[in-house]
Design a protein around this ligand. Structure first.
Ligand code: FAD
Length: 627
């Protein structure tokens, strides 16, 4: 086995991940831990300042309820999420986040985030729930608060360590193992409670960008399904694994469309000029009651555009120039004011990209696109797993203590594995929390985890013999490389190992062709899922044969392994749910209709840690009384 040092870290609370929800968890947990003399340790695969989905920055905070100003209520937010998820949401979790999220946003402002204000000093809304920000440094600001809180409480932040597996004592999580992506160090974390918050997953499906721009995607390439893998391997129940997310974005550079649709009131049209949201309105009747609700659910908006594309009406375009001209038209009688407004709109349009997707600004520049003069192509991206946005996949977690939810086992956001909590993209059926809601949910879980430690925390019992086996398994790819790479003239072609990139291509091909990726027009069926699972079984056998030439490739190997679990949970869930409920995300071509009588329920799944068998379950929907 590769001769790596084993580093043991003892802590009370372990936070796996360093993104938005981890920063929320760290900030809150450190506050309570300090009072109780407990240690909080946060471990991030990358560097906290610029890790996770907000690494590059954002141009809007997508969840702000505005309770203090009487703008909306937490109940209004439940109604919004219920419709957008076609009836399938954990209303207890959604409510819990919605009632706490505003205070999180106020903290962001206190910490230095610039939120746009109008002349009257009120927040500038992008849409009903969204606030405009100057957010290039959004993550840096939120990370700084987490760092300060952990430092003040005597905790520890460990960067560039990739968490692989949970450590279990029966059904209880007692820590995690991982490895440094820079040094020859294998890490063993022993903890009384663990929060899994390592984001969602990308590159499970083949991206549109292959070859020329392989790796470019809407979802950040750093998140590879670690949260899902960790909770699945802990034996925790998972939910909504079928609810992937497909955003429609500016094509190829995946630039955001939120500001265009919501702030600039732009239209999307087909190549022949038809506004698919108007032309295909009748289709929405087929998906009622959700199809008739405003705003129209994201998947249905996608679906109407996809229908145009299928019928040869593509490419689709965002009418940027029309939108800008419409806004500036208010000033048409005053040439000076008109020019000023046009300049302002133009700069807002570019800022939107420069805040969060610089590559889109570069692509616009490269393609001579002036948004005020010419429209831009949009397209449906490949599918992603992001339970905090408009998808819903994640772990099945306990609801808040004070609500009459049937899904409650003591501590908010604890999974069905004891002492293991999940938040952000790691917790399911509570989407539309976005950056601010993920942070708020992190705070909720951070506080609950400290409460658990105070009330029930026991010294973690870690079987070091088991740890040694895990170390050998995790470092095996380095051994395979060392032993066999000199046997062939091309190190990438070898009968004794497969390089991570080739493995990734195989996974993506299976998912793309059998689970409804871009190439199959987002359509799948029972037979396709079954065949996909068969091939996935073979791929899993080969996963033990991945070779790694260095630290970076070792990370790639484990990213792939983690993606495979996310992929399998997804395939099994879309196979189990015998209906089509989210057209525009995926379409079960053999069951093309929504079937409320049989499938208005959660689909949950669980991996038996001992046998390796998956169990599929239906769970009832609970609606918040009076909402
Ligand atoms: C393209 C895009 C645009 C978005 N736009 C908006 C917007 O405009 N407004 C808004 O409010 N929200 C937006 N969101 C949503 C927001 O970014 C997410 O809701 C939020 O980041 C989720 O927080 P998280 O902590 O679950 O995941 P992340 O913030 O992604 O953090 C995941 C963390 O886990 C770490 N990690 C991953 N794997 C491992 C591992 N194996 N070991 C250790 N650490 C690991 C990562 O390094 C990272 O620190 C957007 C998301 C995306 C992808």
């Amino acid at each position: 086995m590769a001769n790596w040092e084993t580093v043991v870290v003892n802590t009370d609370l372990l936070i796996c991940g360093g993104g938005f929800s981890a920063c929320g968890a760290a900030t809150e947990a450190a506050y309570w831990a300090k009072k109780k003399g407990l240690k909080v340790t946060l471990v991030d695969k990358a560097a906290l300042d610029r890790s996770g989905a907000v690494a590059m920055g954002l141009s809007a905070i997508n969840q702000y309820v505005g309770i203090k100003d009487g703008e909306n209520t937490a109940e209004d937010y439940i109604r919004y999420v219920r419709s957008d998820l076609m009836g399938i949401s954990r209303e207890d979790l959604v409510y819990n986040i919605a009632r706490h999220v505003d205070s999180t946003v106020h903290l962001f402002e206190k910490w230095g985030l610039k939120i746009w204000k109008d002349e009257a000093g009120k927040y500038v809304h992008e849409g009903r729930w969204q606030l405009m920000i100057n957010g290039e440094s959004y993550k840096v600001i939120i990370a700084e608060a987490a760092k300060n809180a952990i430092a003040a409480a005597g905790g520890e932040i460990i960067e560039r360590v990739f968490i692989v597996d949970p450590l279990m004592d029966g059904n209880k999580c007692v820590g995690a193992v991982g490895f440094s992506t820079r040094e020859n160090k294998f890490y063993v974390f022993k903890a009384k409670a663990v929060i899994a918050t390592m984001g969602g997953a990308v590159h499970v499906f083949r991206p549109r960008s292959v070859g020329e721009g392989f790796g470019r995607s809407w979802y950040p390439p750093f998140n590879s399904g670690s949260s899902a893998y960790f909770t699945i391997k802990a034996g925790a129940e998972m939910t909504c694994q079928e609810v992937r997310f497909i955003p429609v974005r500016f094509k190829d550079a995946y630039g955001p469309v939120g500001a265009w649709f919501l702030l600039f009131k732009s239209r999307a049209i087909s190549a022949t000029g038809g506004d698919y949201m108007v032309v295909r309105k009748a289709e929405l009747e087929n998906w009622k009651p959700y199809g008739l609700v405003k705003p129209i659910p994201a998947n249905l908006r996608n679906y109407l555009g996809m229908l145009d594309t299928e019928q040869g009406l593509g490419p689709l375009y965002m009418e940027t120039s029309e939108a800008i001209q419409n806004i500036a038209a208010q000033f048409k009688d005053d040439p000076k004011a008109f020019k000023k407004k046009m300049k302002e709109l133009e700069s807002e349009a570019w800022e939107d990209f420069l805040d969060m997707t610089i590559s889109q600004a570069i692509l616009w520049a490269a393609q001579n696109v002036k948004p005020e003069e010419k429209h831009s192509e949009i397209a449906a991206c490949e599918p992603y797993f992001i339970g905090s946005h408009s998808g819903a996949s994640g772990a099945w977690v306990s609801g808040p203590e004070d609500l009459p939810t049937p899904y409650k086992w003591g501590y908010a956001n604890m999974t069905t594995a004891e002492a293991l909590f999940a938040v952000g993209d790691g917790s399911g059926a509570s989407s539309h929390k976005f950056s601010s809601g993920s942070h708020a949910e992190g705070r909720i879980a951070g506080k609950a985890a400290i409460k658990y430690i105070v009330e029930k925390g026991a010294e973690p019992k870690v079987d070091m013999a088991e740890v040694e086996k895990l170390k050998a398994k995790i470092l095996l790819p380095l051994d395979l490389w060392d032993k066999h790479s000199k046997e062939t003239t091309d190190v990438e072609v070898n009968t004794n190992y497969i390089v991570p990139r080739q493995f990734l291509h195989r996974l993506q091909k299976i998912m793309d062709e059998y689970a409804g990726g871009v190439i199959s027009g987002f359509k799948t069926s029972k037979s396709l899922c079954e065949r996909g699972l068969e091939l996935m079984g073979l791929l899993k056998q080969d996963s033990e044969k991945m070779g790694a030439r260095n630290h970076h490739e070792l990370m790639r190997v484990w990213e792939n392994n983690q993606r495979v679990y996310q992929a399998e949970a997804h395939l099994r869930s879309i196979l189990f749910r015998e209906e089509t409920r989210w057209p525009g995300y995926y379409f079960r071509a053999d069951k093309p209709k929504m079937d409320d009588a049989n499938w208005k329920c959660f689909v949950n799944c669980q991996l038996d840690r001992k046998t390796g068998e998956w169990k599929m379950m239906k769970k009832d929907i609970w609606t918040m009384p009076g909402v």
